[in-house]
Design a protein. Structure first.
Length: 753
């Protein structure tokens, strides 16, 4: 017997929305785009011509395509006819690929996308997805859509331009000797395009005059006139076909350079720079852009594109751009050592109300033992402030000599105090101390402002509060780049030109935001099929008969709340379960390996027995985790309670097995929560009915050992008050909804018996 199959039968419902899952990313995109204010959109309307597609519809369609890793205009147009979520977002309208391509390079579209970042920032603050107190800044280089051999170097252009000016000067001098020129020219100045056009005009007039003379001259003089005409005609052709086009080209190059040394002829806004993806391993330069983002909780709050290859010079314009778009800077600006420069520190501390939480270039090296033991370094010398001199390792004075300053090529001025040793001659440590020539003494260039800024940077990085914030940087901003590159395929731009490239980058990062938001909506939601839907389907099968839905519970009076203890030096994890696939024990073992790799000493105690014990023990042995994972087998209730008392965290990463076997609501989770143990589990079956993520425990996706490990580390970073609140909420949850006595009373009252 087969299920009835008839393609000619009308099937209900006809509304596409009913076919899209509750927490699908398309729904998230729809909600966020609709939250954009209509003010700007109304300004773009015109009463002339054919009505255009609605900007919000186009933004939804393109964002959804980017969230699925589709960026081709033709493929996006095809999705509007074949993909159900895309058809729903488009309102079953079918814009052509030309319309889609024109839309995403439109200035209006860029404004709309920036407004979406503003509205998303407001939404994230309101929903407490971000705190607004900090921002994590990082950058990466993305290859441009340009030929890798289309480079133009500044020095080459300057050399070719100088050679061209010499040739033009030679022509000018020759003309000056034979023709009366009315062109003002300073000898030290280069020839301009306008002056070259004037020379061309003079040559044209000269040739016309020679033509007139030829008509009037006798045979004897015609030969000389013809030779002169051929000479000036040849010079004019060279000026028109060579000198003038090249001069125009070099002038255009100098305009394109700006403060750069190289650009691409294919995409003139792209700068050649070294990329991490160097397959030839020869340091080859590739045309690209520097992409800078600011994140919090892995949500991209702002994105900007720059032509500068180094992060240091991108920070100040990026902060100005962030402040202009979102209205202000957060209290803490967190970045890596690539941003730690004097100009950046000084600007943040003096021009903003924010605190920079970023190390300087030498910060990590200064923590090493070899650096601390290097007595030749000026940082380890004794300084006498009263007389303003240092004492070198050979106990000689290094006296102050003069003030100096240095201006870098970008115009920033650094002030120095210059110190010089009183006498380095005959010093036994000279070869270790200085490379100065014989007869010269060692000099020290000391920057007081920079030293003060470094001192403040060290304070912020060692303070408990800001150190905790800085530790989050690697797991906040860096994974965002990993997601857009690996999952969305953002490894190379498709568009050309700085404005278009900026729009494309914003599309990728906003699409990543939508994916994360949809995933969180699923994670925080009660269940994919909530109780109301479950009751609805039960009602269909039972008709109008009365039914009562009961839950499993525990005797909470048998489990006493344990006092919250400090985390032990070696983290003690506990997992109580039957050793079978649906319990996800292999994910727990992989999470232990991840914690060990992050320098967190961990022991996982597995209580229980089952058919998978032999394979799990073999996995532990293969990974060399015999000391980190201990199998205790079957224990009685009293022994299990002892294990609960000795543990720091209870984990149960349940999964759907290959044969479809799955959990209900695990009793071991209830028992752990009733005893005041923090629990970490998965978004699986009925577990979200028991554990509310972030309130009474933590939930991660199924079969994601990395997410499980991160959740454990997140718990370790909580304050004592936060941990106490979570375990208190967990026990109250079990008492209120899963106490067996309360559940039985409810069943009796509902008439189940």
């Amino acid at each position: 017997m087969y299920i009835n199959y008839n393609m000619d039968q009308l099937i209900l419902p006809m509304d596409l929305e009913t076919m899209i899952p509750e927490h699908h990313v398309s729904r998230t995109i729809h909600q966020q785009v609709e939250a954009i204010p209509e003010i700007d959109i109304q300004k773009w309307q015109t009463a002339e011509g054919r009505p255009s597609y609605h900007p919000k519809m186009m933004l939804k369609v393109i964002l959804y395509a980017y969230s699925q890793g589709v960026t081709s205009g033709r493929k996006i147009a095809s999705m509007t006819q074949e993909n159900i979520p895309m058809m729903w977002l488009a309102g079953q309208q079918t814009p052509s690929y030309r319309t889609i391509n024109r839309a995403r390079i439109s200035p209006h579209f860029d404004i709309l996308l920036k407004n979406m970042f503003v509205s998303f920032h407001t939404f994230a603050l309101k929903q407490q997805l971000i705190s607004g107190e900090k921002m994590y800044v990082d950058g990466t280089k993305i290859e441009a859509n340009a030929n890798k051999y289309s480079f133009v170097w500044r020095k080459s252009s300057e050399r070719f331009h100088a050679n061209l000016q010499e040739k033009i000067s030679a022509l000018y001098e020759e003309m000056k000797q034979q023709i009366a020129l009315d062109i003002e020219k300073d000898e030290k100045e280069d020839f301009s395009i306008a002056q070259l056009e004037q020379l061309d005009q003079v040559l044209s007039e000269t040739i016309e005059a020679l033509d007139t003379s030829l008509c009037e001259a006798d045979d004897i003089h015609q030969k000389a006139l013809k030779q002169e005409k051929r000479m000036w005609t040849k010079q004019q052709k060279q000026l028109q076909r060579d000198y003038l086009p090249r001069l125009q080209k070099y002038h255009m190059h100098f305009q394109q350079f700006g403060d750069r040394n190289i650009f691409s002829k294919t995409d003139v806004d792209a700068t050649f720079m070294r990329m991490k993806e160097d397959h030839m391993r020869n340091g080859q330069l590739k045309a690209g852009y520097s992409v800078q983002i600011a994140t919090e909780n892995q949500f991209t709050l702002h994105c900007a594109i720059y032509q500068r290859p180094t992060d240091t010079r991108c920070l100040l314009p990026f902060l100005s751009s962030y402040e202009k778009q979102l209205g202000g800077l957060p209290n803490h600006i967190v970045a890596d050592a690539g941003y730690g420069g004097e100009e950046n520190y000084k600007y943040i501390l003096e021009e903003t109300n924010s605190l920079p939480v970023m190390p300087y270039t030498m910060y990590r090296k200064e923590q090493k033992r070899s650096y601390k033991q290097n007595v030749m370094h000026r940082d380890h010398w004794e300084y006498r402030a009263a007389d303003d001199f240092f004492i070198c390792p050979n106990q000689r004075k290094v006296n102050f000599q003069r003030y100096a300053y240095r201006t870098d090529r970008y115009g920033y001025v650094r002030d120095f105090k210059v110190y010089e040793c009183e006498d380095c001659s005959g010093c036994p440590l000279r070869t270790q101390c200085t490379t100065a020539k014989s007869g010269k003494n060692r000099k020290i260039f000391y920057n007081p402002i920079w030293e003060e800024l470094k001192h403040r940077a060290r304070q912020s990085l060692t303070s408990e509060t800001t150190a905790t914030i800085y530790r989050q940087r690697k797991i906040d901003v860096e994974p965002v780049f990993g997601h857009v590159k690996a999952l969305l395929g953002f490894t190379r731009f498709r568009l050309r030109g700085l404005p278009k490239v900026a729009t494309e980058a914003n599309l990728y990062f906003m699409a990543n935001n939508m994916r994360k938001l949809a995933r969180l909506a699923c994670l925080y939601g009660k269940n994919t099929y909530p109780k109301s839907s479950f009751r609805f389907w039960i009602g269909i099968f039972l008709g109008q008969r009365t039914f009562c839905l009961g839950l499993m519970g525990i005797d909470t009076q048998a489990f006493q709340m344990q006092s919250l203890k400090a985390i032990q030096p070696t983290l003690q994890l506990l997992l109580v379960a039957r050793l079978t696939e649906k319990k996800g024990i292999s994910d727990a073992i992989h999470a232990v390996q991840m914690l060990q790799n992050h320098g967190i000493d961990t022991v996982l105690h597995i209580v229980g027995d089952g058919e998978d014990r032999a394979s799990l023990e073999a996995m532990v042995k293969q990974q060399g985790l015999q000391n980190q994972v201990q199998f205790h087998g079957f224990l009685d209730q009293a022994q299990v309670k002892e294990r609960f008392c000795a543990s720091d965290i209870f984990i149960l990463p349940s999964v759907v097995a290959q044969d479809g076997d799955m959990e209900g609501i695990p009793v071991s989770l209830m028992e752990a929560m009733a005893q005041g143990k923090p629990v970490i589990s998965t978004v699986h079956s009925g577990i979200p009915e028991l554990v509310t993520h972030g309130e009474s425990g933590f939930l991660v996706p199924e079969r994601d050992a990395e997410a499980l490990g991160r959740a454990i580390m997140d718990y370790l970073h909580l304050t004592e008050d936060q941990r106490a609140q979570i375990v208190s909420n967990a026990r109250q949850k079990v008492i209120a909804e899963f106490d067996i006595h309360h559940l039985n009373t409810t069943l009796m009252q509902d008439g189940a018996w």
